[in-house]
Design a protein around this ligand. Structure first.
Ligand code: AMP
Length: 429
């Protein structure tokens, strides 16, 4: 009996997948951009386990949120402890941050992660039961510059990849007092329409009323058209903070749209919230989002510190790259492909192959001595930059043919000087 992958999961393969976005070269490219970006913005990597105690997410994300109430993978271990696969990154990072007392080591912390997340959702395009997120958390600074740095970083992550037609939606949900005020104002406005709202929104009315603003139901959207926005309930401090974030983003030429409907699903946000979406993605248009979560560290028993971060889904980023025809250098192409056409030249090629690899030059060799057409086919498949071909006559006269695979140009090179020649070409590349 064949055993199949569980529903909503996928493999990332080097080749042989009809869905391009699951090919590893895209993942490696996005990860290489993440490495550069985090270095340029001064962020340090943090890795936490894939599962945690369930109560971490109950407390961190919020028991009433969809993620915790409907989508968590929860299981009992052999000692009857309730554990959960992590559905998002921030709670685990805050747990580790507080548990390991990182706050005692320095005042400012800039952390990032690239990690799988698990949500029991109905699988569909852009929604999987295991997805991967690149996320960052900046802990320690309450100033608007910190919000702007994080938003700039998310925006430039997408632009470094080359993504186009994106919209940055920006909003504030105020401090906790503004948020509470707004929830009362919103509920007062919605109460007369309660029975006309969708079933989902009726449940949210009691449990998590801000999420009604996220509703995709047509009737809900109509009712919400005249609803008061959080901007009617903001404190002066929260308003001021938001205006400064907007000014800073304008100053660094990041285009944004103020969208009062963006509230983010998780309980821990306050003040700035944001999302980047791409229309060409269809229903699952969010590529990433985040916000400020001042005081979140205290939920896990640490001191109350300001923080702001984002999470972005790598699957959807790659799908957008493909939809937008974005090309990128294939980092795994061999620079040189050796083709020995008879046994005698194999050892020479093998030794040069090892020598170049030891010098960090990606090289390949055909170990089977066979027809030249077959070897060239394989070199083409691997997108080799050059081939070095040694036939019997050439070996006897101590030379080989260097072929530029892009131009087709061929040149005879002596076996004595080929190593130097290749090193020279590599440096010029
Ligand atoms: P969220 O914490 O729900 O805002 O998720 C952050 C980002 O992760 C989203 O903007 C998406 O790009 C991605 N994402 C969330 N859930 C899924 C999922 N089930 N499948 C694929 N990507 C997801």
């Amino acid at each position: 009996m064949k055993i199949q992958i569980p529903k909503g999961l996928f493999d990332i393969l080097p080749y042989g997948d009809s869905e391009k976005w699951r090919l590893v070269k895209y993942w490696q490219y996005v990860e290489s951009i993440i490495q550069e970006l985090t270095k340029d913005y001064g962020f340090h990597e943090i890795r936490t386990p894939v599962f945690e105690r369930t109560e971490l997410f109950d407390r961190g994300v919020g028991e009433q949120t969809d993620i915790v109430s409907k989508e968590m993978y929860i299981f009992q271990d052999k000692a009857n402890r309730s554990l959960s696969l992590r559905p998002e990154g921030t709670s685990s990072i805050m747990r580790a941050f507080v548990e390991k007392k990182l706050y005692a080591l320095q005042k400012i912390h800039k952390l990032y992660y690239v990690a799988p997340m698990f949500r029991y959702e109905r699988p569909q395009a852009g929604r999987y039961r295991q997805h991967h997120q690149f996320g960052v958390e900046a802990i320690g600074i309450a100033l608007p510059e910190q919000d702007a740095e994080i938003i700039d970083m998310l925006w430039h992550f997408f632009s470094r990849i080359g993504l186009k037609d994106l919209t940055l939606h920006l909003n504030t949900i105020g401090d906790s007092s503004c948020k509470l005020n707004y929830i009362t104002t919103l509920k007062n406005y919605l109460a007369p329409y309660l029975s006309d709202l969708s079933k989902e929104s009726q449940i949210r009315f009691e449990k998590n009323p801000l999420r009604i603003l996220d509703s995709k139901d047509e009737q809900d959207i109509k009712i919400l058209q005249e609803a008061p926005t959080i901007h009617d309930c903001l404190s002066n401090e929260a308003k001021d903070h938001f205006e400064q974030v907007c000014t800073l983003l304008t100053e660094i030429h990041i285009p944004f749209t103020i969208n009062p409907k963006i509230v983010r699903g998780l309980d821990y946000y306050s003040r700035t919230v944001f999302e980047v979406s791409c229309l060409s993605l269809g229903a699952q248009s969010a590529l990433g989002g985040g916000g400020r979560y001042d005081g979140f560290t205290s939920v896990f028993g640490g001191p109350s510190l300001p923080g702001v971060g984002f999470g972005s889904g790598i699957e959807r980023i790659i799908q957008t790259m493909i939809a937008q025809n974005i090309s990128f250098p294939n980092i795994s192409n061999p620079f040189i492909f050796f083709i020995p056409l008879e046994e005698k030249s194999k050892t020479f090629c093998f030794s040069l192959l090892a020598c170049l690899r030891h010098a960090n030059i990606s090289s390949e060799m055909d170990f089977h001595v066979k027809k030249i057409q077959h070897s060239l086919q394989r070199a083409n498949l691997l997108k080799a930059t050059y081939c070095f071909i040694i036939g019997e006559n050439e070996f006897n006269s101590k030379q080989g043919k260097l072929k530029d695979m892009q131009t087709g140009k061929e040149e005879m090179i002596s076996l004595e000087s080929i190593e130097q020649k290749l090193m020279h070409l590599w440096e010029k590349k």
